[in-house]
Design a protein around this ligand. Structure first.
Ligand SMILES: [Zn+2]
Length: 327
């Protein structure tokens, strides 16, 4: 997947704020708009990628919000080509999936409803666990940048290529493409969707699961939210963004639902909310100039202030599952 560096070719300054934006010149990677708002510094990164140490330096950057297309994005950050290199080298163990994910049955139901044929492509299929889980009546294809994971998926009998560029080798058209936990990893998500849509059969669909910035957790925690603290996550979308993208792509939104990618007990959900609230509050107080010594004296906030990264809240209803179809 090769896309243009997000700062390439931009010669007009964006709405610069001398206190925070220095002389940086940025445009929204999706729509090219120069009208964005800086939502604040993202949490420091642990210099790992896919949970493994990396040689390149990963600066967390700020969270910017484009008022034109509604995308939030990490900026400045490493380019898509650097990210591609990091994904290509990931071992097959990083995102191995031994058990079906909770949303897979819902995705299959949508595939059956919105695919004009029984050919599916899993974009970011890793070692092919989802394809393996699907009924045998489907023809199964995939895209996977990790060479090690791709080899495993191919050994399972699936047609799998390593990048969007290699899609030209595919002679057939696909009824439905599934992108679960993929678009947040891509610098220019609409460019990726455009290339994929070009390989769809007439009436074909894209099924996307990703974090949704128009959900309550995102609105509460913003740049302190765990989902945007992961070094692999660079783009953050919403229903409004998908409406914008659908027009660009000549597609229509057929189905939308907000959900948790890992639903769990109410107790676990509540624990996640308390931890995320304490972390965000501590960080915001310190940013506003309250002495860390004072924050440390408050029982729960003091502990949260010492956390080096946001606590994960996987049970939160912070994802969107959406279907776009060609018209
Ligand atoms: Zn934009």
């Amino acid at each position: 997947m090769r896309f243009q560096s997000r700062t390439a070719g931009i010669s007009t300054p964006a709405r610069l704020r001398p206190d925070r934006d220095a002389l940086r010149v940025s445009a929204c990677p999706a729509c090219g708009s120069l009208f964005w708002k800086n939502c604040g510094r993202l949490p420091e990164l642990r210099q790992t990628f896919g949970g493994l140490p990396v040689e390149v330096t990963l600066e967390s950057g700020d969270l910017l919000h484009c008022s034109e297309c509604d995308m939030y994005f990490r900026e400045p950050y490493v380019s898509q080509s650097v990210l591609n290199g990091l994904y290509a080298r990931l071992p097959a163990t990083v995102w191995a999936c031994d058990n079906p994910r909770p949303y897979w049955p819902q995705v299959l139901e949508l595939m059956l409803r919105y695919s004009p044929n029984r050919t599916v492509m899993d974009v970011g299929c890793f070692s092919g666990s989802f394809l393996e889980w699907l009924p045998g009546s489907w023809r199964k294809l995939g895209i996977e940048p990790s060479a090690a994971a791709r080899t495993i998926a191919r050994d399972k009998g699936f047609w799998v290529c390593g990048s969007l560029d290699e899609l030209v080798e595919l002679s057939e058209h696909v009824g439905v493409m599934v992108l679960c936990d993929v678009l947040e990893h891509v610098v220019n998500p609409v460019a990726m969707l455009s290339i994929l849509a070009g390989k769809l059969s007439p009436g074909g669909s894209l099924i996307v699961l990703t974090g949704a910035t128009d959900t309550v957790p995102w609105r509460l925690f913003g740049c302190d939210y765990w989902y945007c603290s992961l070094p692999e996550h660079v783009s953050f979308l919403s229903r409004r963004w998908f409406q914008w993208a659908a027009i660009k792509l000549g597609m229509s939104i057929r189905w939308v639902r907000y959900l948790s990618s890992e639903p769990t007990s109410t107790a676990e959900w509540s624990r996640g909310l308390v931890r995320a609230t304490a972390y965000t509050l501590a960080r915001r107080l310190i940013r506003k100039g309250v002495s860390p010594g004072v924050v440390n004296k408050v029982p729960l906030l003091g502990r949260a202030a010492r956390w080096t990264s946001p606590p994960w809240w996987r049970a939160a209803k912070d994802h969107v599952l959406i279907v776009l179809s060609t018209t």
